[in-house]
Design a protein around this ligand. Structure first.
Ligand code: ADE
Ligand code: ZN
Length: 343
């Protein structure tokens, strides 16, 4: 790839990475054995290799989510969560020069199985501390509420995290615990307005907000995430490109779009990388970062591989990449001091 050296050396921030999406088929089988968890009686789970082969054939977001949600059940102890997160953070730091990662996780996917959110957060937090000590990488955790579950379940989850004092809205703590609130999972027929009450409560507590929107859903859901959830970021946002007024609004409000171009191709949101809206964002002045989403499910395309694939498709200039890298730092939720030390 032209600019390969620059792309490797670029100090990166990742804002759209689901820790559960870094669970490899191999670790999935290892943890199933260790924790005595039965895997689905489906031919896809015959072996890690069979599972990998099935992952290469996702037909939609929901087809992927069925596997992603089936996989998380092997994670049970704080040590499991720590192992998962440390493997991601150290790999990101080593292979992609990721200096700062704001990572998602799905508390309800674990509490639904009787795993306390405090256990999940304790494991992830320990991993963040260890990665910070071993590598030059900082991490912030962002829990995502799940759209495939009832809104009441999401509200109870948010209330429990708030009551447990897990949020650190000011970004204090070393590293802070939960740095914001997100929303993810299946999107079609689930417009953002249903979660408005929870997001208003988060805003009232000074908690930062982001939401997956416009991945399979229409541009109107991206506008809805801004209007009804007060989203300060948009995760994916792919279909925002269908509405030029909305692109202008994202640019004017300096909303960071956390683009996941490889994910969009694998989940058939976009026919090819060239069809993802990154050039349209540059033209419209929309700020975006480039992210990997669920790399263990998407051909092990971690951030360095994603950057290189994007460059193969778009042949961005050095100035384009400088803008992308600067936008990613400026749109991060860490403090100004940390931002200055990233790049
Ligand atoms: N959860 C994990 N990955 C996701 C994605 N790409 N979209 C929505 N929810 C998700
Ligand atoms: Zn995502």
């Amino acid at each position: 790839t032209p600019l390969h050296g620059l792309l490797e050396a670029l100090p990166k921030c990742e804002h759209h990475l689901h820790l559960e999406g870094t669970l490899s088929p191999e670790l999935l089988f290892t943890l199933a054995e260790r924790n005595q968890v039965a895997l689905p009686a489906d031919a896809a789970y015959a072996s890690p290799a069979a599972l990998r082969a099935r992952y290469a054939a996702f037909t939609s977001l929901d087809d992927f989510l069925d596997f992603y949600n089936a996989g998380v059940v092997v994670l049970r102890t704080a040590a499991d969560f720590e192992e998962l997160a440390y493997a991601y953070l150290s790999r990101a730091a080593r292979t992609a020069n990721v200096r700062h990662a704001e990572v998602f996780f799905d508390p309800q996917a674990h509490t639904a199985r009787g795993v306390a959110v405090a256990t999940v957060v304790a494991g992830f937090h320990a991993a963040a501390l260890r990665a910070q000590a071993d590598h030059v990488v900082s991490a912030l955790l962002v829990p995502c509420l799940l759209r495939h579950l009832p809104v009441d379940d999401a509200a109870a989850c948010f209330d429990a995290m708030l009551a447990a004092g897990l949020f650190s809205p000011t970004g204090t703590g070393n590293p802070p615990l939960l740095a914001g609130l997100g929303l993810c999972s299946t999107e079609l027929a689930r417009p953002p307005s249903a979660w408005a009450g929870i997001f208003a409560a988060a805003a009232a507590q000074g908690i930062r907000r982001t939401a997956h929107a416009g991945e399979e859903g229409p541009a109107a859901y991206v506008a809805g995430a801004l209007d009804h959830l007060g989203a300060q970021r948009i995760d994916h946002g792919t279909h925002a490109v269908d509405d030029s007024d909305l692109l202008a609004r994202l640019a004017a409000q300096r909303v960071l779009v956390t683009a996941c171009p490889v994910s969009n191709v694998v989940l058939r949101v976009s026919p090819s990388l060239k069809d993802t809206p990154l050039r349209a964002y540059l033209a419209a002045g929309v700020r975006f970062s480039v992210n990997s989403d669920d790399p263990a499910y998407f051909g092990d395309m971690y951030l360095q591989e994603v950057y290189c694939a994007v460059q193969e498709a778009f042949a961005f200039s050095v100035d384009d990449w400088a803008l992308i890298a600067r936008s990613a730092i400026e749109g991060s939720w860490c403090g100004d001091e940390r931002k200055r030390s990233i790049g």
